[in-house]
Design a binder for this molecule. Structure first.
Ligand SMILES: Nc1ccn([C@@H]2O[C@H](COP(=O)(O)O)[C@@H](O)[C@H]2O)c(=O)n1
Ligand SMILES: C[C@@]1(CO)OP(=O)(O)OP(=O)(O)OC[C@H]1O
Length: 160
């Protein structure tokens, strides 16, 4: 059995916060605002997994009105959702995600993000693709007001 899901998220830049994308810290003058650590890329991936499972979205599972998720590590939230996929007998077929940001330049960080995401999803590196684009200075990402991310995942029935 094959199931496909997609996810999309946006977070606004904020002063005085670290920039965490794909589960790693990225040196940048500003981070992203959010109830959690605001890892917009892991949120998009989490929503894509939930979409493939037909299990709603990240805000339903981890509401931003719940103080226990304040400052939450989005890697832990993704791991909890990934456990749901495993319990249903799925493994990762492949994942493709895009970070939409004018800055920072993502290319130098992508190898480490790929490794981190592969680790979180217990997947082979060759099944994970992370890429980035600017919006050519257009729109809210182009004005560096925030970062958007989108992800598509394919789940396959696990052999084990
Ligand atoms: N934040 C970003 C955005 C883009 N890249 C890399 O640059 C290439 C060209 O981007 P355009 O938006 O001008 O098409 C893109 O394919 C990425 O390789 C990046 O590293 N970080
Ligand atoms: C992750 C959660 C929970 O802390 O909060 P945020 O960091 O604000 O992220 P968002 O993508 O707006 O919504 C999902 C949330 O419920």
């Amino acid at each position: 059995m094959i199931r496909v899901g997609q996810g999309f998220d946006v977070h606004q830049f904020a002063e005085g916060r670290p920039l965490i994308l794909g589960g790693i810290n990225i040196p940048h003058p500003r981070g992203l605002a959010g109830h959690s650590d605001a890892d917009v890329l892991l949120h998009a991936i989490t929503d894509a997994v939930l979409g493939a499972l037909a299990k709603g979205d990240i805000g339903t599972h981890f509401p931003d009105t719940d103080p226990s998720y304040e400052g939450a590590d989005s890697a832990v939230l993704l791991q909890r959702v990934w456990k749901m996929a495993e319990e249903k007998g799925y493994a990762l077929g492949n994942l493709d995600a895009t970070v939409i940001a004018q800055r920072p330049k993502m290319a130098p960080h992508i190898p480490r993000i790929r490794e981190r995401v592969a680790d979180l999803l217990k997947a082979d590196l060759s099944d994970i693709n992370i890429k980035a684009t600017t919006t050519e200075r257009l729109g809210f990402t182009g004005r560096e007001e925030g970062i958007a991310a989108m992800a598509v995942v394919c789940l396959v029935t696990s052999q084990s």
